[in-house]
Design a protein around this ligand. Structure first.
Ligand code: GUN
Length: 293
């Protein structure tokens, strides 16, 4: 069993991005600037946004966080998005999800100018990705592809089983794994809560991407010998072994599954850090107008 070490790979990529940011600004380009909107005080979302800000600082990307209370109205958030759309100093904008129930996520996502949509959630970016056109790729799928690429994992002709059908991970990673390209060229099956023979399908997977947010769901008997397992889950679960009273749990029963795998991502330290560097890469691309001029 080999670990797909996202923490180490992401540290390497951060150095590469820092160099690219330096080259860009030395050639007279503007310093990249990412804005993040966060609504409410969900502790996990606050942690993710603080990790994103810290990563920006490390590579020389400016960042701004705009925080709204839980009871902010949809109109207030929309107005802020529109203001940032018009602000030429801000190159990339993310609105941390989930949003409180009274705010329409799709309305907010569609209001972000697609040229600044470094999350890759806007329908223009989703549609362009589906058509194989240049676009901002959503950070988690992008991070997974980069991890597979850097570890030279063979994906061509392999059966990739994805568990979870979210807009953020399951659906886009299915598209990327099946596209013509390296990594890619996989035969993809998307499983979800209504899949009837899920265990059997997982057992036929050469590559399993677990992304349904259900701690320890993928068990030993669901994984074939030699499989590559990518664990996207990061759920906070109670723990009496940590000072905070919680720990992060993946969607894979790591201790039982890992001995069967050729490669597996740990949680934490696997997909999470790769997601953050993908956002940095997208922000730099937005600034350099690499995708949309
Ligand atoms: N919530 C969980 N993942 C993400 C992400 O990649 N971007 C945003 N904006 N919110 C998230």
């Amino acid at each position: 069993m080999n670990l797909l070490n996202g923490k180490e790979t992401a540290a390497q990529i951060r150095q590469e991005i820092a160099q690219k940011v330096k080259d860009h600004t030395e050639k007279g380009g503007k310093t990249p600037h990412l804005a993040a909107i966060i609504v409410g005080s969900d502790p996990a979302s606050e942690t993710y946004v603080s990790h994103k800000v810290k990563a920006c600082n490390e590579v020389g990307i400016n960042s701004s966080v705009i925080k709204f209370d839980d009871d902010a109205t949809e109109q207030e958030v929309l107005e802020k998005v529109e203001e940032i759309n018009e602000n030429s100093d801000i190159d990339g904008l993310i609105v941390q999800l989930p949003l409180p129930g009274h705010i329409s996520e799709s309305k907010i996502i569609e209001t972000v100018r697609y040229q600044k949509d470094v999350d890759g959630f806007h329908p223009v970016n989703v549609g362009r990705m589906f058509s194989g056109l240049p676009s901002f790729l959503p950070a988690t799928p992008y991070g997974i592809m980069e991890l597979l690429r850097r570890y030279k994992i063979e994906t061509s002709g392999k059966h990739c089983v994805i568990v979870g059908r979210s807009n953020i991970v399951g659906k886009p990673v299915a598209m990327l794994m099946s596209r013509k390209g390296e990594p890619g060229n996989s035969t993809v099956t998307i499983c979800h809560s209504r899949t009837s023979n899920l265990e059997e399908i997982c057992r036929s997977g050469d590559i399993i991407i677990a992304a349904m947010g259900s701690p320890g769901f993928v068990k030993q008997n669901m994984v074939k010998e030699g499989a590559v397992v990518i664990d996207v889950g990061i759920t906070r679960v109670k723990s009496d072994k940590t000072k905070s009273g919680w720990k992060l749990a993946g969607d894979v029963d790591f201790d039982a599954v890992a001995p069967k795998c050729s490669f597996i991502t740990p949680v934490p330290g696997g997909v999470g850090p790769m997601t953050i560097v993908s956002l940095l890469e997208n922000t730099l691309r937005a600034t350099a107008k690499e995708i949309y001029s």
